[in-house]
Design a protein around this ligand. Structure first.
Ligand code: ADP
Length: 419
């Protein structure tokens, strides 16, 4: 497969492929229940050839936003009853003479799929086989909202590109190195044995990418570093990474645990759940909705789940917006302190994802409470959005960095490594 594609490239006279040896384009796919996000990455240079998002699959007014590198974004509005049709349209866009970036589907050498939950079965990325498909289906119980669309995406690819190798990259896999004292809840042990009730952690691909990149930037072996990675987006989680391995992370059995998030409550006394259910006459579904979609920064501020809106409101003097942001920051500060203690020190603290990469104010506020660890921020260096850089001073005992996350690239790298 790879050889054939290489010949195509050679035929079309792209010199870099003649020099660089085997060429490889990897399609990275992230399927949600009604969406399909994609990137086609040239692994010779890790450049993104095209990316886009198919949305409203299976509902009215579906569309694809597609952009090939160096070309204008296009919006494709066509019926998309299911993920297979959406994927066909995405491939049409990729090979389109005007808006595309490849000559034919043969130039897609492999597909990397983001899969949310790998349970305890998948401790690393895997080449997708029939046995792996069975394993993925076994994990549906653990992520009933997320894994089925991921599986649909894989099935659609299998039908359209039956001979192209595919790899599954799990959000949970990086966290499988957590020791039992980190991943167990203090519930009766049988519940773990019977139902797999334990902490799994999410955003693993991001924590892995960001920690590896941190070691590269600091020019250190990751095995010699204690790193705390803060993935602060709409969904938010923190991980303690020692010797390149996850020791603990803030999300748990589901992505609901841990930090205060855009709409998720994060840590709280579980006794509140039956109490509210009884008082408000809520069924389990309604309660789950309240905790996942109506809480967090949105629930406290009453303004929005988007940190930008809440920061704007706070600037205008809205007290509840201020409270929501303070609560968010406090929880981050608490976790950083806890993880520094667990690792008996910390060498680097890293900010990533929407808020972590973009909000100088949030980073400033959080780091203000970390001076006891030896954190010293360079206020000028911190005034930046979405750029990879060290933002601590030369003298800071703990290095503080911004590392924009790149989950797609991490998925593509794992895919390349496995095929
Ligand atoms: P997710 O992938 O979990 O949806 P992202 O990592 O894309 O989240 O982060 C999205 C969030 O990041 C937005 O909801 C917004 O609150 C926050 N964000 C993005 N840019 C900024 C900014 N400039 N200032 C503050 N917050 C920002």
């Amino acid at each position: 497969m790879i050889f054939v594609c290489n010949c195509n490239k050679m035929f079309y006279g792209e010199r870099k492929y003649l020099v660089g040896g085997v060429s490889m384009n990897i399609l990275v796919i992230n399927c949600g229940s009604s969406s399909l996000k994609y990137q086609l990455i040239d692994m010779d240079n890790e450049n993104v050839l095209a990316k886009g998002l198919a949305e409203r699959i299976g509902i009215e007014n579906p569309r694809i936003k597609h952009k090939a590198s160096g070309k204008d974004e296009v919006i494709i509005e066509k019926p998309m009853p299911d993920h297979k049709v959406a994927l066909e349209l995405v491939i049409n866009a990729l090979v389109d003479k005007e808006h595309g970036c490849i000559e034919s589907m043969n130039e897609i050498n492999a597909v990397g799929h983001r899969v949310v939950h790998g349970g305890e079965k998948f401790t690393e990325s895997v080449l997708i086989t029939d046995e792996v498909m069975k394993g993925l289906n076994d994990c549906v119980d653990l992520a009933p909202l997320h894994n089925p669309p991921n599986i649909m995406g894989i099935e659609a690819c299998k039908e359209i590109m039956p001979n192209v190798p595919m790899v599954a990259v799990f959000d949970t896999a990086f966290h499988q190195t957590m020791p039992a004292d980190s991943y167990l809840y203090a519930l009766p042990y049988e519940l773990y044995e019977k139902y797999g009730v334990r902490r799994y952690g999410f955003h693993g691909t991001s924590h892995k990418y960001v920690s590896q990149r941190t070691a590269e930037i600091l020019n250190k072996d990751i095995k010699d570093l204690k790193i705390i990675t803060c993935h602060l987006g709409n969904g938010a989680s923190i991980a303690a990474i020692k010797d390149g391995k996850c020791l603990d992370t803030s999300m748990g059995f589901t992505p609901l645990e841990g930090l205060v998030m855009g709409t998720r409550v994060g840590d709280m006394d579980p006794a509140i759940i039956p109490f509210i259910m009884e008082k408000e006459k809520l069924n389990p579904n309604e309660m789950s909705n309240l905790l996942n979609k109506e809480s967090g920064v949105l629930g406290i501020s009453g303004v929005s789940s988007d940190f930008r809106d809440v920061e704007d409101e706070m600037a205008k003097g809205n007290e509840r917006a201020k409270l929501a942001l303070y609560m968010f920051n406090n929880r981050v500060i608490k976790y950083i302190g806890a993880y520094a203690a667990m690792m008996n020190g910390v060498d680097a603290i890293v900010f990533t994802a929407g808020l972590g990469e973009n909000s100088a104010e949030a980073r400033e506020e959080i780091c203000k409470y970390l001076t006891y660890l030896g954190v010293e921020i360079d206020h000028e260096l911190n005034k930046v959005r979405g750029k990879e850089r060290i933002i601590s001073t030369e003298n800071s005992k703990v290095k503080v960095l911004i590392v924009p996350t790149n989950e797609e690239l991490m998925i593509a790298r794992d895919t390349k490594a496995l095929i």
